[in-house]
Design a protein around this ligand. Sequence first.
Ligand code: XBP
Ligand code: MG
Length: 249
Amino acid sequence: MIYPALLFDIDGTFSETEETHREAFNETFKAFGLPWSWDRPMYKKLLEVTGGKERIRHFIDGWKPEGGERAIPDIPAMHADKTKRYTALVDAGAAKPRPGVLRLIREAKEAGMPVAIATTTSFPNVESLIVATMGPDGMKMFDAVAAGDVVQKKKPAPDIYLLALEQLGIGPENAIAFEDSLNGLRSAGAAGIRSIMTPSVYTDDQDFAGAFAVMSDLGEPGRAYTHISGWGADEAMVTAEAVRRWAAG
Ligand code: XBP
Ligand code: MG
């Protein structure tokens, strides 16, 4: 194997999915007869808590919405409904990969570098997104998939990254994470993994001090990224070759 392994976050990093998550949550609230609707500023605050079930609980506890206390026992059912609605939206084409993501994954696989997923989102959401954007065999591109409730503590805890490393059988020094949020940066960092950050619509005002590199996106041929900090100041694309060079220091 050629290292580093590339560990991808999904929401915000692989694709700008959070608006689709928000839409699915709101559809679910309506279906459950709850007079709740999360608008963008509210959802931005709610994103501080990762995980859909955890986010609904946090909303009930913090915002004290009408019907909140009564809805607590329904959270697992509400979340299952939200997953169905989210995957239906994604299956219908709601999410596009961010610039450079598919290119980099293909380059890495061709170079013999392991590629994995480390995300807070539920496994069916990952599968729908990968199949919708990479085709029916898309999941075969990944050497490990660590997603959702398989760990006790979600990001910013290191658990999901530690699980991905365990599945790959490698140490953190042999991995680079791709993330879009402070929760993701902290999670990877707590697992000892360096992160390349591509801020997303909900995280572009967060402070990624200490990240390995920060750029607007991964770049495509003829469409360079905007460099923000760290490695890659004089380059245009995050390529598999560049990641290997940067990681070797
Ligand atoms: C993603 C999340 C997820 C999604 C919803 O964080 O926080 O909770 O918003 O997914 P990250 P579920 O990108 O840092 O992994 O509803 O399936 O939990
Ligand atoms: Mg993310």
